[in-house]
Design a protein around this ligand. Structure first.
Ligand code: ADP
Ligand code: MG
Length: 311
């Protein structure tokens, strides 16, 4: 991995330490982020919790240079970092993985990786790129098929590829914004397990926005909680229960109790029987043995990866 240079100073190799100091962001008279200081030590997995509108996206957009914080600073690798735009954040080794995929579905994984670089040549020597990519994949703790169109990959594979892309681009601090929302629980566990493994090996540090306490408890080391733009709690995940984290998120307000179920299911309004088809990619079979939806009913649909069946 190449050394990143800021002025005359070189950043250390491997996972980066990133800190925000008193970060504040005002939109007109509204303070979306109020004096937030967070430290992510190198090689750690830090979760960022908060209700909708708490300021989580605003914080990470300030860190990545999409927004310019009104006041406050960021330190990367122990030095003050100026991030006027996302390109500057990338040059420091900061990268972001989103909830939705940013890959080009019709291109292969290899093509997606090569075109994501800033220095992709106008004429690509695919033999050379392939050799370099194969060598890159061999160094990685997990792999994704390089030669299939991305549209043929399952959601979990796509998210693994998004993470591999960040590593390929030399990023050493990853911000993950609800990275598992379109994954099944098994896929989420696999992806986050790999991310945690990369942290433990000292390759990356991670700041993950999440709403899922289960994932925070299973994979994160530390947690910070935002409420109405303020940092209202911080700690080691091992010391906190789900109830502790929920209390920090919503404050002392009593949680709203779920409404009691009311009414009775009425007559069937939809009946499906013995339907077999392929999904849009043409790669997966969907098979519905029998499904009935009655008036006044809410029907949940769950499915395994390969075949969808209702009984
Ligand atoms: P979260 O990601 O935690 O759901 P956000 O950081 O997106 O929250 O938003 C925090 C608050 O800042 C919200 O009240 C939101 O409406 C406001 N906000 C976010 N971006 C802007 C913007 N560009 N202009 C004005 N207000 C904004
Ligand atoms: Mg958000």
């Amino acid at each position: 991995m190449t050394m990143m240079v800021i002025g005359e100073e070189k950043l250390p190799e491997g996972a980066l330490e990133v800190r925000t100091l008193g970060m504040t962001m005002r939109f007109g008279g509204f303070t979306a982020l109020d004096d937030v200081s967070i430290t992510v030590p190198p090689g750690t997995f830090h979760a960022l919790l908060g209700e909708n509108g708490a300021g989580k996206s605003t914080l990470v957009k300030c860190m990545m240079g999409f927004y310019h914080a009104t006041t406050g600073q960021m330190m990367v690798g122990g030095r003050e970092a100026k991030v006027p735009d996302p390109r500057a954040a990338h040059a420091l080794g900061l990268g972001m993985v989103y909830q939705h995929f940013t890959l080009v579905p019709s291109l292969t994984a290899a093509e997606n990786l090569v075109i994501s670089r800033d220095d992709t040549p106008a004429i690509i020597d695919w033999r050379k790129e392939h050799a370099a990519l194969t060598e890159f994949m061999e160094r990685m703790p997990f792999a994704v098929p390089l030669d299939q169109p991305v549209r043929a990959l399952a959601a979990g594979e796509k998210q693994k590829l998004e993470i591999l892309k960040q590593l390929y681009l030399g990023r050493r601090f990853l911000i993950l914004d609800e990275p598992t929302s379109v994954l099944t629980p098994d896929e989420a566990d696999e992806v986050l397990g790999h991310v945690r493994g990369l942290c433990e090996k000292g390759e990356i540090s991670v700041l993950m926005i999440s709403h899922k306490f289960r994932e925070v408890t299973a994979f994160a080391d530390d947690v910070s909680v935002l409420r109405r733009g303020r940092l209202v709690g911080q700690g080691r995940v091992a010391d906190l229960s789900h109830a502790d984290m929920a209390n920090m998120m919503i404050g002392s307000d009593a949680p709203v109790a779920a409404m009691a179920r009311a009414g009775m299911a009425g007559a069937p309004v939809l009946e499906v029987d013995g339907v077999r088809t392929r999904d849009r990619s043409g790669l997966k079979e969907i098979s519905i043995e029998g499904l009935t939806v009655r008036a006044g009913e809410i029907v949940g649909v769950a499915a395994s990866r390969a075949t969808v069946r209702w009984n």
